[in-house]
Design a protein around this ligand. Structure first.
Ligand code: NCD
Length: 316
């Protein structure tokens, strides 16, 4: 694996290997007072966030630090981007300064792909931490890790992805990965919040949440992404919440074992009621913890696993 740009790049074996590595790292660190492995000593990871983030940026930083990498955070505001430098020049500068891996979040769909292209000669790995409305592969991996912990293997499980599918990179990455892992996906959204080409995704689509709930093993609620909306996509927040919000009555319609996921940040009272978000059925903080281990696994496979193979070949 040279980069992680899209969950479409992962076949079932590659995805399972990453999830297994994440689970092993989690077990290794569990209960340890000092959470520090030497794995990435001497490696430099630069996070480059052009869009706001709490969970993703922090968990990449924690992941790198727990494996002893040097982690440097660059934000668009405090860098030369504010002086008009292009994404390409910024990336080449970071590579020249010694970055082994660039973790990028950018409002433009396809930005991570471009970056990987520009950095292809430098040997710098690129991880897509969310590019516009396109993909967010590590989020889908941490969601899968959480579902595996709660439900066991994902093959044959049915997952509902509910809400603003149109603007959601989380939905896209999850649709690909869940299907690769053998799960069934159903998208639930008002017609205005579904992408034009949704038929090509070959997943069932429903405009109504209630009839779907009893058959779901997990429900993934999406944030309504107001920052990407120009115009009215639904009549009012109240009407959206009545039709698509996961409230306590709807929680009771799910099977006993069903898991509630949300990538965060949550809009409590809009797509999810507070009582549901805080219930033991919700795995929202577990998702965040798993995010650290999944990102450790990704950095490990990009920066250390290959090097170990090369070392083994050299010594043989
Ligand atoms: C998501 C994102 O940024 O795409 N958040 C995250 O990374 N946990 C979802 C969102 O912003 O709604």
């Amino acid at each position: 694996m040279r980069h992680l740009l899209s969950t479409l790049d992962l076949d079932a074996d590659a995805a399972t290997e990453l999830l297994d590595t994440a689970a092993k790292l989690k077990a290794t660190l569990l209960g340890r007072e000092v959470r520090k492995l030497p794995t990435l000593r001497g490696r430099t990871v630069v996070t480059m966030f052009y869009e706001s983030s709490t969970r993703t940026r922090v968990s990449f930083e924690v992941a790198g630090k727990w494996m002893s990498a040097d982690v440097i955070n660059v934000s668009a505001g405090g860098s030369s981007v504010g002086k008009g430098e292009s994404l390409r020049d910024t990336a080449l500068t970071l590579a020249a300064a010694g970055a082994d891996c660039v973790v990028v979040r950018h409002p433009a769909s396809g930005a991570a792909q471009r970056l990987a292209h520009w950095l292809s000669d430098n040997g710098t790995a690129v991880v897509n931490a969310g590019d516009g409305m396109h993909e967010h592969p590590t989020q889908a991996l941490l969601d899968a890790a959480t579902l595996r912990e709660r439900l066991g293997e994902l093959a044959g499980r049915r997952v509902g992805i509910v809400g603003d599918v149109l603007h959601s990179r989380v939905a896209r990455s999850n649709v690909h990965l869940l299907r690769t892992l053998g799960a069934e996906v159903v998208l639930v959204a008002p017609p205005t919040l579904l992408p034009a080409g949704v038929d090509d995704w070959n997943v069932p689509v429903s405009y109504e949440l209630d009839p779907e709930l009893p058959a779901l093993d997990a429900v993934m609620m999406l944030r309504v992404q107001a920052e990407r909306m120009h115009g009215g996509f639904f009549p009012s927040a109240r009407e959206y919440s009545i039709a698509y919000g996961l409230n306590e009555a709807r929680l009771r319609m799910l099977p006993e074992h069903a898991v509630v996921l949300h990538p965060g940040p949550m809009l409590r009272g809009m797509e999810i009621a507070s009582a549901v978000a805080d219930s033991p059925r919700a795995a929202i903080t577990q998702q965040v913890s798993n995010g650290v281990h999944v990102r450790m696994a990704v950095l490990y496979h990009l920066l250390a696993a290959g090097a170990e193979e090369t070392r083994t070949k050299e010594t043989v």
